[in-house]
Ligand binder design. Structure first.
Ligand SMILES: *[C@@H]1O[C@H](CO)[C@@H](O)[C@H](O)[C@H]1NC(C)=O
Ligand SMILES: *[C@@H]1O[C@H](CO)[C@@H](O)[C@H](O)[C@H]1NC(C)=O
Length: 353
């Protein structure tokens, strides 16, 4: 995994930074072709679209090894991929037939080597890059990854320079020709069975998950999706519904308390109104009896003035409103102005009498 991502990273970055700047038809020197130190990226004097021909000039590339090669603008001519049975070398001059076992190949180019007859059995299907169709290029020699557990094997350790932010560190990638399910031990040079989860390890290649954790045990594969048990789903579901119901119940309780408070206020208001009504009736009664008992009074004009005050229902409305606000708190809803306070005082005194 790391090897793959590193290769991707460096091919995307260093192609632009370190590729030669000679374009088609310009001079170049074939002996300048090399792998960059640390990254092992192929380098030549020519730019990304050309290769250095044996005549010493840059020529358009004749093939490509990547499905989506870097450095091409939309509409540019892109050289073809090679057909099955052939490969495109790092120089990308032309397709070549697969190389037989034992012949030289280029670093990390397992795809240049001819696959074994039983390649379907030996192929690495995990995409960890341990071999390509059962063939592997180790120390620049084509081999098959067919060595079984306990048999002598070959190993190739490559130290890449890796970057994490501004930090620079070495990342050693160790490859061997053991069959999938085993790895080539760098000390004893024999194939050893890969380790299962939680067994101690020193390198990724020792784990069947290809992931040796920092604490020195094999972990799950870095590409394994995370699965949760049904218990987690149950707890989360219960949490969601519990939260919903708790919110509903809390709101219901709060609103019920507010409703009770409002009801109490209205009841109080009603009681006050009732008490006022009764006292007014009483007052009316007192007024009538006092007028009737006046000695020798005709009282026509007097009666009319008092009765008009006490008898008219409309004239009492301000007084009721003013008195209410002192106790029930509903005043704001019914009262808009503060007129007629002197009139109220008269009526209050009348009430107290
Ligand atoms: C290429 O090299 C030849 C001889 O080495 C030289 O005469 C010529 O000027 C060079 N051309 C460029 C473009 O550098
Ligand atoms: C294993 O691969 C090597 C080449 O790497 C080959 O010479 C040898 O015959 C193969 N052995 C078997 C049993 O296929």
């Amino acid at each position: 995994m790391l090897l793959l991502s590193l290769t991707l990273f460096f091919s995307s970055w260093h192609t632009f930074v370190y590729a030669g700047d000679q374009s088609k038809g310009e001079n170049c020197t074939v002996t300048n072709n090399r792998l960059e130190f640390g990254t092992y990226q192929f380098h030549s004097d020519c730019d990304v679209k050309t290769y250095c021909s044996s005549q010493g000039t840059c020529e358009l590339k004749g093939c490509r090894k990547d499905q989506f090669p870097f450095g091409y603008a939309p509409g540019d001519y892109v050289p073809p991929l090679c057909p099955p049975g052939q490969f495109c070398p790092d120089e990308s001059d032309a397709c070549q037939p697969w190389l037989p076992v034992g012949t030289p190949c280029q670093l990390n180019r397992d795809d240049q080597c001819e696959p074994p007859p039983n390649w379907q059995q030996l192929a690495d299907t995990s995409k960890y890059g341990r071999n390509v169709n059962g063939s592997v290029c180790l120390n620049n020699v084509c081999m098959w990854a067919n060595v079984t557990v306990g048999q002598p094997c070959e190993v190739e350790n490559t130290a890449y320079t890796a970057y994490a932010g501004s930090n620079e560190f070495l990342d050693v990638v160790s490859r061997g020709n053991c069959q999938i399910g085993s790895y080539c031990d760098s000390q004893s040079l024999v194939c050893i069975q890969t380790k299962q989860l939680d067994e101690t390890c020193d390198a990724d290649k020792e784990c069947s998950s290809f992931n040796c954790l920092r604490k020195g045990v094999c972990g799950r594969g870095s590409d394994t999706p995370k699965h949760f048990g049904t218990l987690v789903y149950a707890v989360v579901g219960a949490g969601i519904f519990g939260g919903m119901f708790a919110t509903l119940i809390t709101l219901f309780l709060i609103h019920r308390r507010q409703r009770d408070q409002e009801r109490e206020k209205r009841l109080q208001y009603w009681c006050e109104q009732n008490a006022f009504r009764r006292s007014i009736m009483q007052m009316k009664e007192i007024a009538r009896t006092s007028i009737l008992s006046l000695p020798g009074g005709n009282g026509n004009s007097n009666r009319s003035t008092v009765c008009s005050r006490a008898g008219s229902e409309e004239s009492f409305t301000p007084m009721i409103q003013h008195s209410v606000h002192k106790s029930s708190g509903l005043r704001q809803q019914y009262l808009s102005d503060d007129n007629g306070s002197s009139y109220d005082e008269i009526m209050m005194q009348a009430g107290q009498r």
